[in-house]
Write a protein that binds this ligand. Sequence first.
Ligand code: ZN
Ligand code: ZN
Length: 467
Amino acid sequence: MPRLLALTAATLAAGTALAIPPPPTPTATELAQRGDDIAWSITEGLTTEIGPRMAGTEAEAAARRWALARLKALGFQNVREEEFRMQTWVRGEESAALTGPFQPQALHIAALGNSASTGPKGIEGEIAYFASYDALVAAPDASVKGKIVFIDHQMQPAQDGSGYSYYGRGRFTGPNVAAKKGAIATVIRSIGTDDHRGAHAGGTNFEAGVKPIPAGALSNPDADQLVRQWQRTRQMRTKETALGYTPEPLRMNLVLTPRNLGQRASGNIIAEVPGSDPAASPVIIACHLDSWDLGTGAIDDASGCGIIAAAAKHVMTAGQPRRTIRILWAGAEEVGVFGGKAYFDAHGKERHAVALESDFGADRVWRVDFKLPDSAKPVADRIAAAVMPFGVVRGRQPASGGADIGALVQAGVPAIDLQQDGTRYFDLHHTPDDTLDKVDPVQLRQNVVVWTATLAILADSSDAELP
Ligand code: ZN
Ligand code: ZN
């Protein structure tokens, strides 16, 4: 046998005897990068089989049953429901029309959560226009009393969604301010950046002792129509126009008949990847299972539940992590963060290493923000390096957490925000357009990869780094 061939044969024989080393076990991130349909199938399944999931309703209960079955099927441990009770509000009939001085015209409106009812016959009133929430706050009571307050503003899209808290005040507390000044109802321009005729739902809140009034949101084009008519009535009051109308104030008819169903059951769904070190504090990752009722809650927040479960699954598949990963699919977030409060009441005294939430759609993660103790600087450095290849920059501002982990973060639990691109989020948020077709599978997958990379580092962080 020629020498070279003999050597090759010997090498081959040795290779067979010693076994060629197996390829290295893939990391969790590599598993996520291979692609999977976990996040997509959860988003598709929840929106297809359940659809809208208003807190406290039978649909939300069906979503919890669905969630328990799905999380068990994925192989998670300690999968359970933690029930709580909450005040349940449901939508009724809703219509609005501008009734004068021009030709009557119907408008597209959605009642805001916690709105009072106008009664089935509705109410009619003069519109008191305010260019902003701040203008309403500054207005004397006499300019509002007995009228239907309209709050205008022009929310603009922003990648970080930063307009929401500023413009959102018109919805969060505008009706409360108007009620205290004696208004009979409040109508706002939707807190949204689209030009569709679907109104943006969302909750409003009345202080204890303030009698709730009917409150609704108009779609942006309908708000534009109201504003044009209001401007024209102002011009008419200063000069006669060729239209021949008498200069009267702008009036609206409003029918909103939501109902309070009293205390109903909701619940949090919890699942875990048990860690190898039972003494180590868990990493908690959250989303919310409930949704508003106009769309099917695809981007808010079925996709968030899909993203976090997929990431936990990849970490679990890659090998048991040191810390337990606790998945929280919270109930009743939209109508007042009842699930987050219930979780905190039940578990707030337990140690948590760090908390994260996915509740800003399904578009790509572009920035990571940290709010960690000094001891965790190496953790932040490792995460920033791990997510950088996927197009994620390190932010300079502290993480704030999400609604459902808000109480934990307030109580001092460290937080990390994987900030998603929110440029189109408020086109869809709480509207009939929040449906599965708006979820981009490519961007959804990027979320899963970034979450997996982050979670793998957190779950194996040391006790010296995180509490
Ligand atoms: Zn949400
Ligand atoms: Zn929402």
